[in-house]
Design a protein around this ligand. Structure first.
Ligand code: FAD
Ligand code: SF4
Length: 477
């Protein structure tokens, strides 16, 4: 604890945003860094609690009080080594993590948590600008071969850890670029993609081979890989979107969020303006009345993307009732509280409505023109339509952002045991699936989640694979 009175003397300050009018004109990140001196000042607010709840609130168990202290003492390089010891990709989490650590921070009891995520981001950004992030080569090769399938944060973390343990790792990805949802789900304005390219270069230097454009189960079978490699890790994500049982669902103008978001991410990456979405169509929100169904992260990303296209209006519907403006800390802290949150994309312009059920698509000549909705209440946890509350919303584009129900079933995971939710069955110690030598981690194992959980599972799975291959492991869990 660098400064015992820091939390008493210094007010919480966090990164600012470029103004909405300005940031809506481009696709770049718009968060304005705090800078080294202000970050040091903020780090001095950390109380180095006897029980650091931030540390357990963080899924990768970042040693937050330790690196807060190091930052305050201007020992940035040591802070980076500490941060990297628990998190392979702090530049991802420093940008897009919802920061459960800050919800768990003791100072959050009085609404002024340490700006942990901002300090994390400053440490790694400084690390890159100083040239401190270098490949970490394995001291010796093991001669073992591992195939990792799916290059999202779970597959990337798992591959990097296994390569550092000396294994020959090949990372298979069905898309044309690596990164999973970091690449094609999350928009550039939340995280620019050069962050992934930079890590990919580091991983290549550490010995990871990348095979993009290869769908395992179709272009090569799981059995073929099992024959060729000593172990196979499945980190294919939870890609099956939740659908809406809507009469006239097949109207032109109704799309899954990921079709819309992937297409824009491809345009931003330099692909043709009319690049087709995975469903074969070219989708634009320009001049359209957009309705986003689903109130989570994916819905927010659709709002930010629609507004950058120049949508005429954007409405977001959520089936659940509006959460409370403020949580009851006595009941929720140090856990992640349910409360009203406004994302930066929602701040840029959207009408939000809660407790709304979408009933029917309305259109002519096969094109969507409006949707019919009804207000609902949730008495005793049961959904009930409120009679007489039906209404229509004008809609030229409807984006379905209601989350994901699990991994796509065929052909990769058929033949493997799944849990009751349809995810690949494996525990969080051995990460072993029902087939010998085959492991699973990330959203494919735990279901739709967060980048930080994917990194944690990738790291822990690498530990389990290394231990099974070598009989012991030095990789951290
Ligand atoms: C739009 C959107 C926004 C989000 N925003 C946030 C956010 O702000 N913060 C946050 O923490 N989390 C966010 N999330 C969640 C987060 O992105 C995921 O939890 C995380 O990416 C899961 O990582 P993963 O590696 O398990 O899977 P994924 O990132 O889904 O990667 C899986 C990869 O496997 C590949 N694959 C699948 N099957 C095969 C196969 N058969 N052969 C080869 N490759 C295959 C896929 O193409 C994909 O690239 C968001 C999710 C979405 C959809
Ligand atoms: S809970 Fe907050 S104040 Fe306490 S050690 Fe963690 S970051 Fe510092």
């Amino acid at each position: 604890m660098g400064k015992p009175t820091g939390f008493l003397e210094i007010e919480r300050r966090d990164r600012g945003y470029e103004k909405p009018e300005a940031r809506l004109k481009h696709w770049r990140e718009f968060v304005q860094p705090l800078g080294l001196d202000k970050s040091r000042e903020q780090a001095s607010r950390c109380m180095n609690c006897g029980i650091p709840f931030c540390h357990t609130g963080c899924p990768v168990n970042n040693q937050i009080p330790d690196w807060n202290d190091l930052v305050y003492r201007d020992q940035w390089k040591t802070a980076l080594e500490n941060l990297h010891s628990t998190n392979n990709f702090p530049e991802f989490t420093g940008r897009i993590c919802p920061a459960p650590c800050e919800a768990a921070c003791t100072l959050n009891i009085v609404e002024t948590p340490v700006t942990i995520k901002t300090i994390e981001c400053e440490i790694i950004d400084r690390g890159y600008s100083e040239g401190w992030v270098a490949p970490q080569l394995a001291p010796a090769k093991t001669g073992k071969k591992v195939a990792v399938i799916g290059s999202g944060p779970a597959g990337m973390a798992c591959s990097q850890q296994l390569a550092r343990a000396g294994h020959d790792v090949t990372l298979f990805e069905k898309n044309d670029r690596i990164g999973g949802l970091l690449r094609y789900g999350i928009p550039d304005f939340k995280m620019e993609k050069h962050h992934i390219d930079r890590r990919m270069k580091q991983m290549e230097a550490e010995g990871v081979s990348f095979r993009t454009g290869v769908e395992v189960g179709k272009d090569v079978t799981l059995d073929q890989l099992r024959g060729e490699y000593d172990s196979v890790v499945l980190s294919g994500g939870a890609e099956q979107p939740r659908d809406l049982d809507l009469p006239a669902h097949n109207y032109e103008g109704i799309h899954f969020a990921m079709d819309f978001l992937t297409q824009q991410n491809k345009r931003n990456a330099g692909d043709a303006e009319d690049v087709a979405a995975p469903n074969g169509s070219t989708i634009s929100a320009k001049g359209k009345h957009v309705v986003v169904i689903g109130g989570g992260d994916t819905g927010s990303d659709c709002i930010g993307t629609s507004n950058r296209h120049g949508a005429a209006s954007v409405v977001q519907l959520e089936i659940m009732p509006a959460p409370p403006e403020k949580e009851n800390k006595a009941l929720t802290w140090p856990n992640w509280p349910l409360k009203m949150r406004t994302s930066s994309s929602q701040e840029e312009g959207v009408d939000r409505d809660f407790a709304v059920l979408t009933k029917r698509a309305i259109g002519t000549d096969g094109k969507i023109e409006a949707i019919e909705c009804v207000k609902v209440d949730w008495e005793g946890g049961k959904l009930r339509e409120i009679p007489g509350s039906e209404f229509q919303l004008k809609a030229d584009l409807v984006l379905l952002a209601m989350g994901f129900v699990g991994p796509r079933k065929a052909p990769l995971i058929e033949g493997l045991d799944v849990d009751p939710r349809g995810n690949v069955k494996a525990d969080m110690t051995a990460y072993a699936t029902s087939q010998s030598g085959v492991y699973a981690c990330g959203d494919m194992r735990r279901g739709q989640s967060l980048v930080v959980w994917a990194i944690r599972e990738g790291r822990q799975c690498a530990h389990a694979v290394d231990k099974a291959l070598m009989g012991k492991t030095d990789l951290p869990r």
